[in-house]
Ligand binder design. Structure first.
Ligand SMILES: *Cc1c(COP(=O)(O)O)cnc(C)c1O
Length: 380
């Protein structure tokens, strides 16, 4: 392979039984929303997380929506969530008619600043949504303590943190109800897919009910619908891919952690490059869904300029998220949106970018990316 092969920012890694299981689902004629691969993933993924119940859904965005619906969150309610975020958590809150209320993030962890949550709690607040950013767990214990004190629900969005841990507990196992995404760039994937996990049987049953158009869960299948439901079902074809991904989850997640180790080693002495927060695995086990860096003035080139120049060298990157308080789609009907409240979120969104992060990335590719960044810095 030539040294200038294009390196995508992320691609799925399908090294195992993915294709064999999909073919099996087809040959057995189970391609819809029932089948043995669905049964298997409904068993295996909660087991992996250490939670009692869980069910698949069509994608991570509807996993978040379903979680909120199961909790009974709706118009007039407020949900506290980080301003430095992917759009789906805020949209899911909007779908219910509730209002997302933003707190700033921390400059070191990039996760929600827990110290700012309490000031945003009002009589309308119903939940805190803890979104684990780029693979690093939020500070769950203080979040859970605050929720208990104020009688709020906690929803974890572990879409970016499949396999990540907080003091030995899996991300997506600690909240009242938790959402995952299996989109094609996530730590494990089936192209498009999602999951809702909970230890609460009644929340679980509400998820089963609402995800399937509110067909009655018990008794004969009839066409009597007491509530407005959704079709958020996943297919057995996608579950077939997931079952194969689960067989190799330790490897796929381990490769991302190894990528991060190599990136750190090669980038650590380049002036102006800020690396992801590092804490011991015992406390926060980061799976580095995406390996993010921040560029200080010292680097000598802006983040956007670096993105353009790396692209010319065949290296794909992405800028960090745009803060939620700046999103035109959210500018109506959410409180606490004074830009002065979000200095860290704004800072990261201007200086942060993530580098290629696939599980299938090779060490020599990481070396090439690091060398390119070093050359850019030295020749600025
Ligand atoms: C990917 C992602 C989602 C949404 O998942 P989809 O499957 O793309 O709908 C939700 N939250 C976060 C934090 C994500 O990164």
């Amino acid at each position: 392979m030539s040294t200038n092969d294009f390196i995508p920012v992320c691609e799925p890694t399908l090294l195992g039984n993915e294709s064999r299981y999909v073919q099996q689902a087809i040959s057995e004629n189970w391609i819809g929303s029932q089948g043995k691969f669905l049964d298997q993933i409904h068993q295996e993924f909660p087991e992996y997380l250490g939670v009692k119940y869980g069910t698949t859904v069509s994608n991570g965005t509807c996993a978040l929506h379903l979680a909120l619906v199961a909790l009974g969150i709706g118009p007039g309610d407020e949900v506290i969530v980080s301003d430095f975020n992917m759009i789906a958590p805020a949209f899911a809150i909007k779908y219910t008619g509730a209002t997302p209320v933003f707190v700033d993030c921390r400059l070191d962890t990039w996760n929600m600043n827990v110290a700012q949550i309490e000031a945003k709690i009002t009589a309308k607040t119903k939940a805190i949504m803890a979104v684990h950013i780029y693979g690093l767990s939020c500070e769950m214990e203080p979040i859970l303590a605050l929720a208990k004190k104020h009688n709020l629900f906690v929803i974890e969005d572990a879409a970016e943190a499949i396999g990540s841990e907080y003091y030995g507990k899996k991300c997506g196992s600690m909240g009242d109800i938790n959402a995952f995404s299996f989109y094609s760039n996530k730590n494990i994937t089936c192209g498009e897919g999602g999951f809702v996990a909970t230890n609460d049987q009644s929340l679980y049953e509400k998820c089963l009910y609402y995800k399937n158009l509110c067909f009655p869960l018990h008794g004969p299948r009839n066409y009597w619908h007491a509530h407005v439901g959704f079709n958020y079902r996943l297919t057995n074809l996608q579950a077939a891919i997931l079952v194969a991904q689960m067989e190799r989850i330790e490897e796929y997640v381990g490769r991302r952690i190894e990528n991060a180790r190599l990136y750190r080693q090669h980038l650590k002495d380049i002036p102006g490059i800020g690396l992801p927060h590092q804490v011991s695995d015992k406390e926060f086990k980061n799976t580095y869904w995406m390996f993010g860096i921040t560029l200080a003035d010292e680097f000598g080139l802006s983040r956007d300029e670096v993105g353009v120049r790396l692209k010319k060298l065949g290296i794909d990157t992405r800028p960090f998220f745009i803060p939620m308080h700046k999103q035109p789609s959210l500018s109506q009907g959410h409180s606490g949106a004074d830009p002065q409240d979000f200095p860290n979120s704004i800072n990261l969104s201007e200086r942060g970018m993530y580098l290629p992060s696939s599980s299938s990335l090779r060490p020599e590719q990481i070396e090439r990316i690091a060398a390119a960044l070093r050359t850019l810095q030295e020749s600025r």
